[in-house]
Design a protein around this ligand. Structure first.
Ligand SMILES: Cc1ncc(COP(=O)(O)O)c(C=O)c1O
Length: 388
């Protein structure tokens, strides 16, 4: 059994979550519950494989061999009941870089790209920093659950300049796992308007409370032909520092164009641990992941109870996936600046500001629960105490 309660000191590791506190919050003394990585040790098998390779003293250029795509193929079947062919898989040095490469490969400057806001902030940059027009299809909150505004999506997709739709499934930060019915409606709209679907499914292994993830390309053969799926073991196994992910598409034309762009940008090499971490995590990480999900669910229940009892008015959007909780503080009546100041200076906790995900995030904060329960408890108590 993995001891997820264990406190691991990350000081001295140049951890983004710790060492950028001063720059992000203006102080080092907040409990960091922001950046989307976990404070847990990676699976022991992964640690051992890395250590074993590191013990060899030559670190030259390294290729990925058949077991790389094969381990991904096996994982898709095991985890998502999705039968894929190893030939559909290609490496990428991160999901965000892969999204950039795809936006460059499949649209031109001036074309439009749809995203569903509030959303993971780099989605804005992937589009706007590459001179594409950003179309924000705002999600609608209904009784604490987010839904898609299909009417607006249809209108945006129908514009002649719209070429790409970037799906976030499961969705960060609103925690939705889109249903088959919702995905089919997205697919129908995108197909009719000739809009390519880029499906960021990096959080797909982290579904909670019995929710099931459906890979977009597994919907049907038309959806497979009109999409690229982006996944990684990075969130799942807490190995994001290795910048390793991959894309999957059965559409050979799309794969060829993706590869062409990746080579044009010289992003194809990867590093010495790329193959090792993917293969080991997927081949030997099943049990660890099951234990992790149980621990995360318990943390989420704990946070929910704590909020109900001690943080009256705060509304938790029930997550269907991810370790990121979307918290609505609007009932406290603070403006965003005051809410941020209160949490940083009085409660001394470092959360992600809701507004960084888009204007829809006004009044919200994102809380990362992938920490030992005792750390979460301390942070929540500090908020409750400061509120008195
Ligand atoms: C939806 C989503 N996509 C991509 C990423 C990051 O991917 P990568 O580090 O592989 O670029 C994150 C990280 O939080 C994310 O939430």
């Amino acid at each position: 059994m993995t001891d997820f309660d264990k406190i691991i000191d990350r000081k001295g590791t140049n951890a983004y979550k710790l060492d950028l506190r001063k720059r992000s919050f203006g102080t080092d003394d907040v409990i960091p519950l922001w950046v989307a990585d976990m404070d847990f040790a990676a699976p022991e098998a992964v640690q051992k494989a890395i250590q074993q390779r590191a013990a060899h003293e030559v670190y030259g250029y390294t290729i990925r061999t058949e077991p790389f795509a094969q381990s991904i193929t096996n994982w898709m079947l095991y985890k998502h009941n999705w039968v894929i062919n190893p030939d559909w898989v290609e490496f990428s040095p991160g999901v965000v870089p892969a999204l950039v490469m795809s936006v460059l490969a499949f649209s031109n400057p001036g074309d439009a790209v749809i995203i569903q806001t509030p959303v993971y902030p780099p989605f804005y940059a992937v589009v706007a920093d590459n001179e594409r027009e950003l179309l924000k299809n705002s999600l609608l909150e209904k009784d604490g659950r987010y839904e898609i505004n299909f009417q607006e999506l249809e209108e945006m997709a129908s514009r002649p300049q719209t070429k790409i739709f970037i799906l976030c499934n499961p969705h960060n930060p609103v925690g939705r796992v889109w249903t088959e019915q919702e995905l089919l409606r997205i697919h129908d709209i995108c197909l009719r308007h000739n809009v390519l679907v880029l499906a960021d499914e990096i959080h797909s292994d982290l579904t909670l409370f019995g929710n099931k993830h459906i890979p977009f390309a597994s919907l049907n053969s038309d959806a497979a032909a009109n999409s690229i799926v982006f996944m990684a073991p990075s969130k799942t196994f807490n190995i994001a520092g290795f910048s390793t992910s991959y894309v999957i598409t059965s559409n050979n034309e799309l794969l060829k164009a993706y590869r062409k762009k990746m080579h044009a940008l010289q992003m194809h090499m990867g590093h010495v641990f790329t193959g090792i971490i993917v293969e080991t995590a997927y081949n030997e990480g099943r049990e660890w992941l099951d234990e992790l999900i149980t621990y995360l669910e318990e943390n989420i229940r704990f946070v929910k109870n704590f909020i109900q009892e001690n943080l009256k008015g705060v509304k938790l959007i029930e997550p269907e996936a991810t370790y990121l909780l979307w918290l609505d503080f609007k009932a406290w009546g603070m403006d965003q600046k005051e809410l941020r100041r209160f949490l940083i200076e009085e409660a001394k906790v470092g959360l992600n500001d809701g507004v960084s995900f888009g204007q829809e995030g006004i009044g919200f904060m994102r809380l990362n629960v992938a920490s030992p329960k005792s750390v979460l408890e301390k942070a929540l108590k500090q908020i409750a105490q400061a509120r008195i």
